[in-house]
Design a protein around this ligand. Structure first.
Ligand SMILES: *[C@@H]1O[C@H](CO)[C@@H](O)[C@H](O)[C@H]1NC(C)=O
Ligand SMILES: *[C@@H]1O[C@H](CO)[C@@H](O)[C@H](O)[C@H]1NC(C)=O
Ligand SMILES: *[C@@H]1O[C@H](CO)[C@@H](O)[C@H](O)[C@H]1NC(C)=O
Ligand SMILES: *[C@@H]1O[C@H](CO)[C@@H](O)[C@H](O)[C@H]1NC(C)=O
Ligand SMILES: *[C@@H]1O[C@H](CO)[C@@H](O)[C@H](O)[C@H]1NC(C)=O
Ligand SMILES: *[C@@H]1O[C@H](CO)[C@@H](O)[C@H](O)[C@H]1NC(C)=O
Ligand SMILES: *[C@@H]1O[C@H](CO)[C@@H](O)[C@H](O)[C@H]1NC(C)=O
Ligand SMILES: *[C@@H]1O[C@H](CO)[C@@H](O)[C@H](O)[C@H]1NC(C)=O
Ligand SMILES: *[C@@H]1O[C@H](CO)[C@@H](O)[C@H](O)[C@H]1NC(C)=O
Ligand SMILES: [Cu+2]
Length: 543
């Protein structure tokens, strides 16, 4: 009865939304001083004087309008992580790739088609301002029924929070006099924007079903999330619906999201605890710091006794594993036209700066954002040489199916995010051997039936991973490690997708071009802003 009533209310609400269809937010992005973790007061980046930034909600089919005013002293951009930006690659917000930064004191309006339903997030994509706070969930409600019925939505967003600003930590990484990698200042964990142990109780009503949308907005650390005493049924990952899949806990890399349906117990005799653990396997275990545990209340009834469930060894738990998920729409495996096979490496350059490499040379943005080169270079836009070597541009033809194979013979993890696409996750397996030769190689694991699609995948230590995507989205799309330190060290490439079709179908809004010109950034020509293959003026990449 209640559910039917709720259905009517939701239907009425979505009718209203259909009529309005424009979800407008004014975002004044600026600095503020906050104590988020309960320990350290520091400068951070918020919106309208607030941090956490209130989550953004929309319904599939809406247009999301974000009027940005930049009150920072550096440029800024906003990327809508997971939205495909079909036909609007210039709204992707990748700084110096698809647009110039919005200069201090200026305004820019993002207009984004919310054509997908699911769980996403929005974040700064200029000089890693996301790590300093500029990030918030984006929930897009579906107009179609979910694969599993549920009564209520609950948002859980997880972040790590460092005691110092990103640029300060990055300066240590890039300092040739400090051995790599600098001793990490292990961060605290935030749940819904505050110290994970102070987050308000999550209330449960006996018998009801809850959809938890769990978002990992971290820049470096991993999270495990569980509700001991309850099973989690995964129904979505990164904005793609899956067939229901039951687990005990979620294991999330930076940028990843899951929706799970949790059925409350039939009685309110006990309260329970949820458990969020922030960890980093690639850093040494630091008792009391890595991992960090956060427990919060699942409250069935105020004051009811808490049923603590003795911690189970992690190996006894069934954790989320995307290779086991099946896409709800049963999209079959794509057959490959082109393969990129890359191995992650870390290398000191001639200036003794440690760089992270995905594809031969550390990535650096060129002088002209590559999307502008793709629009302005005519037929030459199809030749990747014109974008400059450090852009790591790879030209794709419309309709090609691309496979990416990434080998990670090292003890680091990487969380790889592709803009403009959701890819099929098809295979994981072993890569290299740890120097200490103590760990057995992992088995090869392949998808079954309908590979799950997502926009961020984790390549674990000493593993390889394979993904496939369909080049159906003309534009320039960054593919990068979502661990911001690695991205800053060069771990990225760009896919220049169907520039010939792009030139015919899309036009860059004049406001974006003018914004570059006011900063002296050239908006046409090759990566150096010249004609043809003349890359004079492009700073050389240290070898
Ligand atoms: C720029 O944004 C600010 C803050 O949202 C607003 O007050 C101002 O009117 C906007 N300016 C223009 C020219 O749109
Ligand atoms: C979030 O991602 C970071 C890094 O990508 C990872 O270290 C952390 O464990 C993830 N947290 C969750 C809850 O997945
Ligand atoms: C959070 O609370 C739990 C349970 O009281 C405690 O074990 C843990 O150390 C706390 N975490 C932090 C980071 O203080
Ligand atoms: C919380 O989860 C972590 C990671 O799975 C586990 O190591 C820890 O023992 C759990 N703690 C409790 C109190 O359940
Ligand atoms: C780089 O480091 C090596 C040894 O660590 C040193 O011999 C060399 O002079 C350094 N080069 C530069 C450019 O700093
Ligand atoms: C791109 O241009 C370079 C320099 O003119 C040429 O050597 C190369 O063959 C061209 N590549 C393609 C794919 O046309
Ligand atoms: C060996 O190396 C692996 C990967 O770096 C690590 O997980 C493991 O703990 C190490 N084992 C020993 C005994 O040092
Ligand atoms: C490493 O392990 C392999 C396979 O278990 C073994 O054949 C090899 O001898 C080991 N090497 C060292 C240096 O221990
Ligand atoms: C290459 O570009 C530079 C800088 O714009 C210009 O000075 C030079 O004349 C160009 N060279 C050729 C051969 O066109
Ligand atoms: Cu990485």
């Amino acid at each position: 009865m209640f559910r039917a009533l709720l259905g009517i209310i939701i239907a009425a609400e979505s009718l209203l939304r259909c009529q309005t269809a424009r979800v407008v937010h004014d975002w004044d992005i600026g600095y503020l001083t906050v104590n988020r973790d309960g320990y350290i007061s520091r400068r951070a980046i918020g919106v309208n004087g607030q941090l956490p930034i209130p989550p953004v909600y929309a319904t599939k089919g809406d247009t999301l309008v974000i009027n940005v005013h930049n009150s920072l002293d550096s440029p800024t951009t906003i990327h809508t992580h997971g939205l495909l930006e079909k036909g609007t690659s210039y709204m992707d917000g990748a700084g110096q790739i698809t647009q110039c930064g919005i200069p201090p004191g200026e305004n820019f309006t993002y207009e984004i088609n919310a054509d997908q339903a699911g769980t996403f997030w929005m974040h700064g994509h200029y000089k890693h301002q996301n790590v300093d706070g500029l990030r918030t969930p984006l929930v897009i409600y579906d107009t179609e029924p979910p694969v599993l019925d549920y009564d209520e939505d609950k948002l859980v967003f997880l972040e790590e929070w460092y005691g110092t600003e990103f640029n300060v930590r990055m300066a240590d990484v890039l300092n040739p006099l400090i051995p790599f990698q600098p001793q990490p200042s292990f961060p605290y964990g935030l749940i819904n924007g505050i110290n994970g142990n102070d987050t308000a109780p999550i209330t449960f009503v006996p018998g009801r079903k809850y959809r938890f949308r769990v978002i990992n907005m971290s820049s470096t650390e991993w999270f495990k999330f569980s509700l001991p005493g309850h099973k989690l049924q995964i129904i979505e990952a990164d904005g793609t619906d899956s067939m229901p899949h039951t687990v005990d806990g979620l294991d999330l890399g930076p940028g990843q999201r899951y929706s799970v349906v949790v059925t409350a117990h039939d009685t309110d005799a006990y309260n329970y605890q949820y458990n969020a653990t922030l960890y980093a396997d690639f850093n040494p275990l630091l008792p009391g710091m890595n991992p960090r545990h956060y427990l919060g209340l699942i409250e069935y009834k105020k004051g009811a006794p808490v049923k603590t469930i003795a911690p189970t060894a992690d190996s006894q738990y069934v954790w989320s594993d995307d290779i086991l998920l099946k896409a709800r729409d049963r999209q079959p495996l794509l057959s490959v036209d082109k393969t990129f096979d890359w191995t992650f490496t870390t290398k000191k350059n001639s200036k003794n700066v440690t760089t992270s490499i995905l594809d031969e040379i550390p990535f650096q943005p060129p002088l002209v954002p590559p999307l502008f080169s793709a629009f302005s270079m005519g037929d030459l836009a199809l030749n990747e040489t014109i974008y400059g070597p450090q852009t790591r541009a790879h030209v794709l033809r419309l309709g090609e199916v691309v496979e990416i194979i990434l080998h990670n013979p090292s003890a680091l993890y990487h969380a790889m995010h592709l803009h403009g696409h959701a890819f099929q996750v098809t295979e994981y397996g072993p890569s290299g051997t740890p120097a200490n030769n103590t760990t057995l190689p992992v088995p090869i694991r392949k998808f079954t039936d309908w590979p799950m699609r997502r926009d961020t995948f984790v390549v674990r230590a000493y593993e390889y991973a394979k993904v496939r995507f369909y080049a159906d989205n003309p534009g320039v799309w960054l593919f990068h490690c979502h661990m911001d330190v690695h991205f800053s060290m060069g771990m990225a490439v760009t896919f220049v997708e169907a520039p010939d079709v792009l030139q015919k179908q899309q036009t860059i809004p004049q406001a974006l071009i003018d914004m570059c010109h006011r900063q002296g950034i050239v908006t046409s020509g090759n990566g150096a802003g010249n004609a043809g293959f003349n890359l004079t003026g492009l700073p050389p990449v240290p070898s």
